[in-house]
Design a protein around this ligand. Structure first.
Ligand code: KIV
Length: 296
């Protein structure tokens, strides 16, 4: 057999059988084996290394690709999708099936960032066994690496159960959107003693990191100093180990007045409205399609 026997031609280009085999194998490889993807221990170690952690939400393939290629360390498939994508006024209607549906798209897109998926209400309230069953579906069906659970001291047993099953958990303390009816609204949380106890309880239970939502900056800084796992703030000031915001909020894609802790880095609502209006006008005026967009 000569070397030319091993050549196959694709689109006029000779390809060696070895190259084709490697291409085939690399296409079969799950993305989670990509050596560049940040692992849970690497993510947690960013705190000790003194590196600020950037996280953003993403809910589908194109947004996850954009966020991932910008080089953030973590992506959250947040149940905030119930509000920003589905149009509900709380996160409560979001189901486990819907989280898996969105997380699958995100998991397929991401090459670099650690991907965390929110456990929706009440998928972690029905006992440790049921919680492990639900969370393991997320890991098995989506290529994502960790789940997020809202709650502090009261969720420590569930977090410990998940961790003992090998399921990494990001905890979420402070304002808990899934408990909005119990707390009476989306308010800044100021009970430092409780927040500190929550942070210590979830750390003790094995959480890999803690989201701190809507708590005074100085309080968040003290909590950050009191725990060895990273704190990821949203409306919790600059003293946290990292920050997270909602994709639609930073792009100016959300409707209504954004909460105070949000900073919009673009006005995509304005840009999209302008583009759609131009398209509408060009169709009405017979400008689109022109010869350039037509087949002869
Ligand atoms: O659901 C979500 O997007 C969140 C973050 C904003 C922390 O929980």
């Amino acid at each position: 057999m000569t070397a030319s026997d091993l050549l196959v031609t694709i689109e006029g280009e000779p390809q060696s059988a070895i190259r084709l085999y490697l291409l085939h194998v690399s296409q079969q490889m799950p993305m989670t084996t990509d050596v560049r993807q940040i692992t849970v221990p690497q993510f947690t170690a960013l705190k000790a290394a003194g590196k600020k952690i950037t996280m953003l939400t993403a809910y589908d393939y194109p947004s996850a690709q954009l966020v991932d290629s910008a080089g953030v360390e973590g992506i959250l498939v947040g149940d905030s999708l119930g509000m920003v994508v589905q149009g509900h006024d709380t996160t409560l209607p979001v189901t486990l099936e819907q989280m898996i549906y969105h997380a699958e798209m995100v998991g397929r897109a991401v090459r670099h960032a650690l991907v965390v998926v929110d456990m929706p209400f009440p998928s972690f309230h029905l006992g440790v066994y049921k919680t492990i069953e639900n969370a393991s579906r997320i890991l098995k069906e989506t290529r994502c690496q960790a789940v997020k659970v809202e709650g502090g001291v009261e969720r420590a047993d569930v977090i410990a159960g998940l961790v003992s099953a090998g399921i990494p958990v990001m905890a979420h303390c402070g304002l808990l959107p899934q408990s909005v009816h119990q707390s009476g609204g989306y308010r800044v949380q100021r009970n430092e003693e409780q927040l500190l106890a929550d942070a210590q309880a979830v750390q003790q239970a094995g959480a890999m990191a803690i989201v701190l939502e809507c708590i005074p900056a100085a309080m968040a800084e003290r909590i950050t100093a009191a725990v060895s796992i990273p704190t990821i703030g949203i409306g919790a000031g600059a003293g946290c180990d990292g920050q997270i915001l909602v994709f639609h909020d930073i792009l100016g894609l959300s409707n209504g007045r954004p909460p105070r802790h949000v900073k919009a880095y673009a006005d995509m609502n304005g840009l999209i409205s302008q583009a759609v209006a131009r398209y509408r006008d060009e169709v009405r005026q017979g400008i689109f399609p022109s010869k350039d967009q037509s087949f002869q």
